[in-house]
Design a protein around this ligand. Structure first.
Ligand SMILES: NC(=O)c1ccc[n+]([C@@H]2O[C@H](COP(=O)([O-])OP(=O)(O)OC[C@H]3O[C@@H](n4cnc5c(N)ncnc54)[C@H](O)[C@@H]3O)[C@@H](O)[C@H]2O)c1
Length: 319
């Protein structure tokens, strides 16, 4: 079978740390062209992955190179025109989170993708962290999840994201929001608190969630506390999993004192960050879906639902 031909728009830090090394390992995908406005980034990445077709203008790349799919990996306020152009050219498209600046933008992407038969994916990589996926399976073997928590903490002193182009919840804490949807399903009702602690802009977003199936969820995020902590809890009848995707999971079952501990590396079968933190597996999913002609789990239409939940968190403040 012919490898899937990939073009990259963006050769920045996240793409280089996670997406290029993942795709370079796949025999059924080939990076055939790269575009970046920054020629240093462009050439360093293209040299590393031995890619000859190099562009600083993405329109030229799309005109001149025969591509099946395009990765658009750049800051969220630069995405819109480029993603629309790729979808108009009927390319399959992968983007990072957030999937645009607003739900309206994400919905526009999803609508055009559906119209043009493009397969799409937003990189909500937490769903693909092997440790998290394995923990979820262990819990769900005992029954449906009845309670879950997504915690995301940071000590952020860097000011507004991208000089104020986008808020923290939509840009970054959205990882925790999306993972709650993945653990608990769609949301029936919620109440939130949002604060600007020691800051001129909002940096803590918390919610109590009632899922449609009756399960309860908790969103706990704060960008003004001790350090980066990103953990998850999932509970079903007689089983509880406490998961830190950067470290390990503790799973307790049926009142047994000693739980089972699984490390992130054990679950991923690798010490490499792009594997243990889910990026390799989300890329594998995207390429597999293109090969099979089916929509990825985190397609743009699904990303609209996560963006809508972000909007509901803003709209449901109790204070
Ligand atoms: N999933 C995660 O955990 C995670 C972590 C970090 C960042 N991200 C996301 O990854 C995305 C990229 O972040 P980053 O920190 O790697 O960005 P970056 O600034 O390091 O890289 C962006 C690159 O895009 C290039 N670029 C910008 N506009 C362009 C254009 N019009 N044409 C061609 N090239 C252009 C820039 O020159 C730069 O090289 C963001 O959406 C961010 O939210 C996700």
């Amino acid at each position: 079978m012919k490898p899937i031909r990939i073009g990259f728009i963006g050769a920045g830090s996240l793409a280089n740390a996670m997406h290029y090394p993942s795709l370079a390992e796949f025999e059924d995908a080939q990076i055939v062209a790269i575009c970046d406005l920054n020629e240093q980034h462009l050439n360093a990445t293209a040299d590393k992955y031995q890619v000859d077709r190099r562009y600083t203008n993405y329109r030229q790349m799309l005109e001149q190179v025969d591509l099946d799919a395009v990765y658009v990996i750049m800051p969220p306020h630069h995405l819109f025109d480029i993603v629309i152009h790729c979808l108009q050219a009927k390319k399959h498209v992968f983007i990072e989170k957030p999937p645009g600046l607003t739900t309206y933008q994400t919905a526009s992407f999803a609508e055009l993708a559906a119209k043009n038969g493009c397969l799409t994916m937003c990189g909500f990589n937490r769903r693909f962290i092997p440790l998290l996926a394995q923990s979820k399976s262990l819990v769900e073997e005992q029954g449906p999840i009845i309670q879950c928590t997504a915690t995301f903490l940071k000590y952020h002193t860097g000011g507004r994201y991208y000089n104020g182009a986008i808020d923290i919840l939509t840009c970054d804490a959205i990882h925790a929001v999306d993972t709650l949807r993945w653990m608990g399903g769609e949301v029936r009702a919620l109440a939130s608190t949002i604060h600007a602690y020691e800051s001129t802009f909002e940096n803590s977003f918390n919610a109590l969630i009632e899922f449609e199936n009756g399960a309860t969820g908790f969103l706990v995020t704060n960008w003004m506390v001790g350090r980066r902590v990103h953990t998850f809890e999932m509970h079903a009848k007689g089983i509880s999993a406490f998961v830190d995707g950067d470290d390990c999971a503790h799973v307790y079952h049926g009142n047994q004192e000693a739980g089972r501990t699984i490390t992130a590396q054990e679950a991923a079968g690798s010490d490499l960050r792009h594997k243990s933190y889910g990026f390799y597996f989300e890329n594998r999913h995207f390429i597999d879906c293109i090969g099979q002609g089916c929509e990825p789990n985190t397609c743009f239409a699904d990303a609209v639902k996560t963006m809508e939940l972000v909007d509901r968190i803003y709209a449901s403040r109790i204070c």
